[in-house]
Design a protein around this ligand. Structure first.
Ligand code: IMP
Ligand code: MG
Length: 173
């Protein structure tokens, strides 16, 4: 059974970088009253910390997608829980845990763009740039990490380990 091993991003690093991302969003969207769209389930911890670091008027919503079957990207993305409000004419920020192959984000951007937001930005906690299969523009990136499978702080392996307060490599098995 694989287990969380080496720490890749510790709690203090997460906290400090998320404060910076929150400031970036506040600077760019101060007058826009954006809607931050968290991508479930992975981004829910990041979303909670990010909005508390963004000191402007904003609203939140969530979209649930499944893109992974047991660890590796299937390339198939499906909405399992849709937004609860219209984003037409709104300034939207997708808040995602990770951009890996880029397939999920490409799908999400295309899907939300079709609903005619006023603007659409993307904020990801982690970028695994080495694994990219499709080019996708990301506006705000927390950390670039090497090609390791990570768990903790929202990241899961078969649903487990999301509750770790840091990001660790999944090891063994
Ligand atoms: P992509 O479509 O390949 O970019 O993958 C995006 C999704 O895969 C993310 O939203 C995560 O849910 C999942 N994912 C990718 N890499 C990891 C990882 O290292 N740990 C946990 N989940 C991951
Ligand atoms: Mg995800």
């Amino acid at each position: 059974m694989p287990q969380p091993g080496r720490v890749i991003i510790d709690e203090a690093e997460l906290k400090a970088r998320i404060v910076e991302l929150g400031n970036d969003l506040a600077r760019d969207l101060a007058q826009e009253r954006p809607i931050l769209v968290g991508v479930l389930q992975g981004a829910f911890l990041f979303m909670a910390d990010l909005i508390r670091a963004t000191s402007i008027e904003l609203t939140t919503d969530f979209i649930g997608v499944v893109s992974y079957a047991g660890g590796t990207s299937s390339g198939q993305v499906r909405i399992v829980s849709d937004l609860s409000v219209s984003i037409e004419g709104r300034h939207v920020v997708i808040v995602e845990d990770i951009v890996d192959t880029g397939l999920t984000l490409t799908y999400l951007k295309r899907t939300l763009e079709a609903r005619h937001p006023r603007s659409l930005r993307v904020c990801v906690l982690v970028d695994k740039i080495e694994r990219r299969k499709v080019d996708v523009a990301v506006d705000y990136v927390g950390f670039v990490i090497p090609n390791v499978f990570v768990v903790g702080y929202g990241f899961d392996y078969e649903g487990l380990y999301r509750n770790l307060p840091y990001v660790a490599a999944l090891e063994g098995g």
